[in-house]
Design a protein around this ligand. Sequence first.
Ligand code: SER
Length: 877
Amino acid sequence: MSKSIDEIRQEFLNFFHSKAHQIIASSSLVPNNDPTLLFTNAGMNQFKDVFLGIDNRSYRRATTSQRCVRAGGKHNDLENVGYTTRHHTFFEMLGNFSFGDYFKYDAIRFAWELLTSKQWFNLPQEKLWVTVYATDYESYNIWTNDIGVPLNRIIRIGDNKGIAYNSDNFWQMSETGPCGPCSEIFYDHGNHLLGGPPGSIDNDGDRYIEIWNLVFMQFNRQSDGTMLNLPKPSVDNGMGLERIAAVLQNVDSNYDIDLFKKLLDAVALVTGTNNINSKSLRVIADHIRSCAFIISDGVVPSNEGRGYVLRRIIRRAIRHGNMLGTNNTFFYKLVAPLIEVMGSVASNLKVQRSIVEQILRTEEEQFNRTLKRGLTLLDEELAKLNPGDSLKGETAFRLYDTYGFPLDFTLDICRERNLDVDQTGFKSSIEAQRKRARESRNFRDYYSNLLPLEEISYFLGYEQLKHQSRVIAIFHNGHPVDIICNGEEAIIVLKETPFYSEMGGQVGDQGELKAASGSFEVIDTQKYGNTIGHLGKMSYGEIRIGMNITAQVNEIRRQSICLNHSATHLLHAALRQVLGPHVQQKSSLVKDKYLRFDFFHSKAMKLEQIRQVETIVNKYIRRNISIKTEILTLEEACKKGAIALFNDKYDKYVRMLSMGDFSKELCGGTHTSRTGDIGLFMITKESGTAANIRRIEAVTGEEAIILFHQQNNLLNQVTQLIKSDNQTIVNKVRTLQEHSRQLETYINKLTNKYAIQQVLSISHNVRNIKGIKVLVTQLDNVESKVLRIMVDHLKNKLGSAIIVLATMIAGRIDLITGVTKDLTDRIKASDIILHIAQQVGGKGGGRADIAQASGGKNTHTLATALASVEAIILNNF
Ligand code: SER
């Protein structure tokens, strides 16, 4: 019996644990605070700062099983998925790391022992091949002399096209950051498969598969290509779990391992296909893994950045579903079987299941609609072409970009109609778009923009708000300076500081840095690597490096922030209680004036649910629970039921914040000491920010009291105005509404009566022009509403007529014209109104049978304007 994937993962971790490595949890797929990276793409990502020497850990050896996504960015396997036996958008990387501890010798020795020792993976040595970077003689010698790999199975790989460090055996995470030469171990799956050994022309086949990459981290690559030495040579070894599982389960393809076999069965079931060898099945099985995990790590489909990549993967899966003949929404149905096959790795996904399904379902339904619209556009464009013509590349691009039609999709449809596609035009449109995307890239080079800080500042602000400290660096316009003077802006770094730097949604502190020679107003605090920077301006005097200063946080503001942060935790717990455990924080903002909390939930909250949440939070505020922080290992914290959020890096120890048993979260923020301090919690708004994401805004403490008073004042004003009180106000407003409705009906009746009277009083003005009844009259102080009723009455009364009425109210002229239907062929009310209106300076228009104008101010020309009506009639009849 071969080992299951779960056993292999565990055995790997056990092996390195036995070699004194700390077992660390996988980080999120969304790298925290690293704009150079789209998704976590390697085990080393969470340790990037440790390699760079700007983060310290309590351990020097670590091992992980890291969930990774390679779709977009430097390492992108998306287009290969389904077409090879070994590429995935989502995979788990088994890693072992040394941070300035062991280097090449032990890295190689450990790898060889795990792979070949009888006690562990027990692989035949003759099946293993090795590559090294061409100039890495040290590794070459270790492999040959210490390990004893025969020379014919060690291949030295140099730089591609002679470009320095551009080699399969030089690994770097992204365009910048830690990197180094690597040595790879390959497994020969046997001569029944095609493909040559590494370094050969046909090395892309399925026979020799790279299973382990041993990276010797030595450099920090800058955006201009310069390689700086890392503070300490380190190790980053990564092995694809699915690949080693294929080897140990003695199958040729990753898709034949236990996990994928089950998942492929599930895909066949939900798509209803018999074609179990189809590539599309593999694509879908792969894509559900990346999509479900990406969503459960907090990303939703959108049109930019990570959300866009997610959308493209979902669409690709759906299209492959369509290729298998599926018409129904199917993709979301794979979340449940996925949870089943992923075992303990899917614990968070399990909690998120309903919302992940919902997001996938909404996206698929929406895409199916887009697909239909795209097909309509394509049909329209194709209708314009004759057999043998080509569809414009631009159109194919629009279908691709806006409607998600891959080129081969469009090609297929065109081929059926004997049409071609201008593929060159398509490619140049894509290139132009890529260029635009590159230019507007958010994922900029982050590290090279960092202030050149090596100092570590210590945060003391959990306990103190005031501290005597020393200035260790000053930056003005991004450059280090020795002194900062009156009125100048700067970033000041202290040895120790009570100022909290913006993190985890909590804003940075404000306050004052006071020296004997001057004072600096801090308007924000930010973290740069391990250094805390105080951003602000000199209020007066000067401050120099080395000076002693008193750092004083604005206490009132900090306290308000603490209240909002603690209330955020209560809110999170209350939402889970009222809406369900799928409620997961998407993002949060904790300021002094208010808090904002975005979370996954598919529907708008009902008013009673909002009240329920508010009531629960206020109940726990009144219980006045003491808020405790504990430093624990991640494992201990998880055992105690802590919710871990968006932390892509877990140190050995984490900070767990508890409010009794009601709320336990890992959190680095500042909090108040008892829930009672929050005083009052009021939700001010519930809204949606995107599909399946809701947002709550709320206030606490003083701000809640202010809001409460404002609302009370409003209520008081209204009750006074309508002469009511809090008990009777609603009934009173209803009565007033009813009363005003009655008045309106009454006024309408009166207006009608009045209009009839007016009609009677002017009927004698009717003249006969060429056999047509014409009534042109000026009235005084008649509302335009009445004029309209009068025209209707006059039309009825006269049967066939042309009517023009004018009235003056407060020096302004209102006009109306009516033409009975039998005459509108010859003359139109709208033409007459324009003719008169322009003479009196008014504006208006309307239909052939009725038209109105208003705003005319030339009262002295009104009589002439009205007299001119006769001439137009004469012209038309
Ligand atoms: N970082 C290397 C890789 O991803 C090895 O862990 O291949």
